[in-house]
Ligand binder design. Sequence first.
Ligand code: SAM
Length: 265
Amino acid sequence: MSDISNFEFKKKFGQNFLKDNNVLNNIVEKSDIEDDTLVIEIGVGAGYLTKYIASKAKYVVGFEIDESLKAIIYNNLKDFNNVEIVYEDFLKANVTEILKKYDYKHVYVIANLPYYITTPIIEKIIELNIAERLVIMVQKEVGDRFNAKMGTKDYNSLTLYLNYYFKISKVMDVSRNSFIPKPNVDSAVIRFDRYYRNDAKSENRLFTLIRDSFQFKRKNLRNNLKNYNLERIENTLKKYGKDLTVRAENISLEEFIDISNNLEG
Ligand code: SAM
């Protein structure tokens, strides 16, 4: 069985396959895959996106949790000798170990993600610290949150976390009609290009500060950061014309970095 006409889609795995060739082609074109790139694909599905990636990349290592897709994937990808499919839960897989046998210059992640685990997947990719670029399909509203502007309701600790590591841009919106089965939400393809920065003296302290600052969304910094050295924080905020009555949603990433750096010593 190489086509999906008899396949029973599993909602619990977020199985909505992308069958629009224009969109598939566009995702890969906009990924600007360079020579010597190993692409990690999370959630191979029937292998439709994998085919497009494999025709450009040096290697594709695809992860798929659902072993009942094996025959379909095999048939769709049998002409490619640069593809390995790992039938494991990506969140549990030892990715570093799996990549050891390959010789490559760049690692990108290109994927139509299973939406129920979008954030844990991105967190794992950041922790692995190997991917220079991510081009991923996500739920449209989630994509808007990644790039939310300061002061808007979508601006939160995840926005800051992601914008610290990546330059984020939207590649395109994708209608729900491009998928089988048709999901209840629209999607967007978002591209993340890794920054290699060293402006935070301690990333740990920065992200703890950000998480604590957003702990209670309606509260201001004075109330959310009771256990911190508030005098130091106020001194830094003054530079930006702000004080401790400000809420986290009105503090930029650069300001958080400055506050965090000044907490040291
Ligand atoms: N890439 C395919 C496409 O574009 O048509 C399929 C995308 S579909 C939205 C997500 C895929 O991720 C499904 O095939 C699903 O079985 C798989 N998946 C779900 N959870 C996973 C996990 N934890 N690890 C690896 N794959 C997973």
